[in-house]
Design a protein around this ligand. Sequence first.
Ligand code: PLP
Length: 368
Amino acid sequence: MQRAASIRLDPDALRHNLALARGLAPGVGMWPVIKAEGYGHGLEWTARTLAEDADGLAVSAVEEAEALRGAGYDGPLLVLQGPRDAAGVRRCAELALQPALHARFQLDALAQAGVVLPEVWVKFNTGMNRLGFVPGEADRVEHALRSAGHGGQGLHWMTHMACADDPADDHNAAQLAAFRSIVAGRDGARSVANSAALFAGWGRGDGHGADEAFRARPGIMLYGCHPASVPADTPPEGPDADLRPVMTVQAPVIGIQHPAPGDGVGYGATWTAHGGERIGIVAMGYADGYPRHAPTGTPVRVRGQLCPLVGRVSMDMLAVDLSGVPEAGVGDLATLWGEGLPVERVARAAGTIGYELLTRVAGRLRPA
Ligand SMILES: *Cc1c(COP(=O)(O)O)cnc(C)c1O
């Protein structure tokens, strides 16, 4: 019997989903985002699996890029948050990283560092108000970089969409138009699209200047999770059947309970039995990354059937009503999400998003 919760990773699914992203934006460079330990799948495993099929990779911080270089990845590497200081700038130069620059303090750090960066991305805030120069700074930033010798052919332009998961949202058109006017007449590659923007058809921004070099930054879709919020009645195969889950989280049933009518199950006795139920205790809990706030009714897959979680999630156990699967018992593997149970469906039940469940899975579950 398998004793502990564990995850299985499907490398073919990861590559399949990247091919699907390419199909959404033919001719656009694909730079998979593998920040947050490859969205919980493991930084090195994800990089290794995607390296050959990707045009580059993207992480958040210089430290993650250092780990990848240390693991032997020598392809193009975009650092989405860029360097924090002059030492970070020097690391970017030494490791041939392509930092995104989003604020004045980074231009100061560049000046202090005394190195020249051949490939730099200038990030603009077109309406998300998270990171980025404001559009009116474009000329000044470009002049500052070029006059110090940075970029040359390798000066690129990027922005990030706040609402692409709802293509009808007005913010999208405003952001795309703002970016188009920033980059008009400038040399270099452009990058707009995350997963949601690829699904919306914005791999090349709003399509103006379609002959320019575009690079997309897909993240969540590569891991098989749809970026849009998932309606309650989404079928088990998920909102987009072409995406394949990469991570499947499983844990064994380690006990069976037959509570009497009125008996509570778990801490706080928040769920009470009618009588006649068979309750399976599964070796997965919030310390493993299962959401503690997942309510009674959250689906768990056992022997191909979806069974409702009951009562409170414990630190390393949870309870599932197996009454509908009489053949299930101790030693069976329950699937918490993954194959046959899209993570976005579990996320919806728990009031969160697939991104959070994937990135919170405990490192101890991942294969070495
Ligand atoms: C995380 C991130 C992405 C990837 O977004 P997904 O929604 O996971 O596709 C792309 N660009 C930037 C700047 C990001 O921070």
